[in-house]
Write a protein that binds this ligand. Structure first.
Ligand code: CA
Length: 372
C-alpha cells in the first residue's frame, strides 16, 4: 500500500500513527522523537489546591471542570491536577501555598483572605453589595479586576473571577423573624461581614464549618444558620432540623469565587497558554452561575413541594436596619489604608450607577413579568 493510500484509509486522526507505522525511514523517526521531546519539555504540570472538600457539589466540581478545560484547551501543554482541602494544604492556607509556589493554582473566594487586607472582601461579596451580573460588570468592565490584579500582584498572584453562587438564601431558622427584637441574642452561623452586621443588629454570630451545622441546629447549639442556596442546603438536609427558610441572602448577594495563579508560573506560559487560562476561568465563572441557577430552582421545588419547607421573607424593617448597618460596616473597611480606599471608591461609584440602571432594567422587567 502506498503511504498516501494508507493515510487516506485510516483518516486524518491516524496521521501520526501512519507516520510512525510507515517509517522504515529514519528521518521520520527522528522527527517524531524530537517532536515528542520538545513537547515533554513544554508541559506545565500544575497543582490546583482548593478551599472545598474534594468534589463538593458545584463549588468543588467547578474547580475540577476548570482544571479539565485548561488541560483540554491547551492540548495537554498545561496539565492541572486538583486537590481538595487538606489533601495538600488546609482550606485556609490555599492563598499562601499558591503565593509561595507550593501549588501553581488555587480555587476559593477572596473573603477567606481578609487577614491579608480586609478590603479584599470586596472581590468576593459584601452585605447589600452587588449581584452576580453586577459583580461581573464591575470586575471585567468597570475597573474592578484591574485593581484586584494590582492588589494580588503584591502577593505574587494573578487573580481571575472563577464562579458565582448568585444571590444566596437568608438561612434556616426555628422561629419566625417578625421584628428586629427577634434577632436579639439569636445564635446564628453567619461568617464574615454578614456576621458583623448581624452582631450590631443584636444577634450572636457563630462561625462553624459546614459539616458541623446540621448537628448544631439539631441539638440547639445554634438557633439558625445560613449556608448557600437550595441545592447545597437540600443536600445537607437542613429542612429536617429547621422550620423556616428565609430569603433574601442580604449578606451574600452574588459571591464571586476566584482562581489564583502563582505569578511566576503564569509568566512562564506562552501568550496563547495565558489566554487559555484566562478564558477557561471566564468560562467557569459563567458556568457555575448557570449551574446554580438551574439546580437551585429545581431544589427549591423539592424543598417546598416534597419536604413542605416554609418559605419566609425577612420583614422590610429588619432588612432596612440590616442594610443601614451594612453600609456602615462596609464604609469602615474603606478607611483602613490606601488600597482599601481605592477599592471601596471604585466599588461605591459603580454600585450607585448600576443600581440606577438596574432599577429601570432588571428590576422593572421582573416587576412587569410578575404583574397579575
Ligand atoms: Ca453563605
Amino acid at each position: 500500500m502506498k503511504r498516501r493510500d494508507f493515510v487516506k484509509k485510516i483518516g486524518v486522526g491516524g496521521l501520526v500513527a501512519g507516520a510512525v507505522f510507515t517509517a522504515g525511514c529514519s528521518k521520520q523517526d527522528e522527527a517524531v522523537s524530537k517532536n515528542t521531546a520538545v513537547k515533554k519539555e513544554n508541559v506545565h504540570k500544575w497543582k490546583m489546591v482548593t478551599t472545598w472538600p474534594k468534589n463538593f457539589p458545584v463549588l468543588g466540581t467547578s474547580a475540577n471542570n476548570l482544571a479539565e478545560v485548561i488541560t483540554k484547551m491547551s492540548g495537554g501543554r498545561i496539565q492541572v491536577k486538583v486537590y481538595g482541602s487538606k489533601e495538600l494544604v488546609p482550606a485556609f492556607e490555599v492563598f499562601d501555598a499558591v503565593s509561595r509556589g507550593t501549588a501553581e493554582m488555587g480555587h476559593g473566594s477572596a473573603y477567606y483572605w481578609k487577614g491579608k487586607n480586609e478590603a479584599i472582601q470586596f472581590f468576593s461579596t459584601v452585605p447589600f453589595g452587588l449581584t452576580a451580573q453586577e459583580m461581573n460588570g464591575w470586575l471585567y468592565h468597570g475597573g474592578g479586576l484591574k485593581i484586584w490584579e494590582e492588589v494580588y500582584a503584591q502577593y505574587n498572584l494573578v487573580p481571575a473571577p472563577a464562579g458565582n453562587t448568585g444571590v444566596q438564601m437568608g438561612g434556616w431558622f426555628n422561629k419566625e423573624i417578625n421584628s428586629l427584637d427577634d434577632l436579639k441574642g439569636l445564635k446564628m452561623r453567619i461568617p464574615g461581614l454578614g456576621g458583623e452586621v448581624f452582631k450590631r443588629a443584636g444577634g450572636t454570630p457563630v462561625n462553624l464549618p459546614g459539616g458541623e451545622l446540621y448537628t448544631a441546629l439539631q441539638t440547639g447549639a445554634l438557633d439558625a444558620t445560613e449556608w448557600v442556596g437550595p441545592y447545597n442546603d437540600l443536600a445537607f438536609g437542613f429542612h429536617k432540623v429547621a422550620k423556616y427558610y428565609y430569603y433574601p441572602g442580604w449578606h451574600e448577594p452574588g459571591t464571586t469565587l476566584e482562581a489564583i495563579i502563582n505569578k511566576d508560573a503564569f509568566e512562564l506560559l506562552s501568550d496563547d497558554l495565558k489566554e487559555i487560562v484566562r478564558t477557561a476561568c471566564k468560562m467557569v465563572n459563567q458556568d457555575m452561575l448557570s449551574e446554580y441557577t438551574a439546580r437551585n430552582n429545581a431544589a427549591l421545588v423539592t424543598l417546598v413541594n416534597e419536604h413542605k419547607v416554609q418559605l419566609r421573607v425577612f420583614p422590610d424593617d429588619v432588612l432596612r436596619k440590616l442594610r443601614n448597618i451594612s453600609d456602615e460596616v462596609v464604609a469602615e473597611l474603606a478607611v483602613k489604608d490606601a488600597t482599601a480606599k481605592r477599592i471601596y471608591s471604585s466599588f461605591k461609584i459603580y454600585r450607585e450607577q448600576v443600581n440606577a440602571w438596574h432599577e429601570i432594567s432588571e428590576k422593572a422587567f421582573m416587576r412587569a413579568r410578575a404583574l397579575k
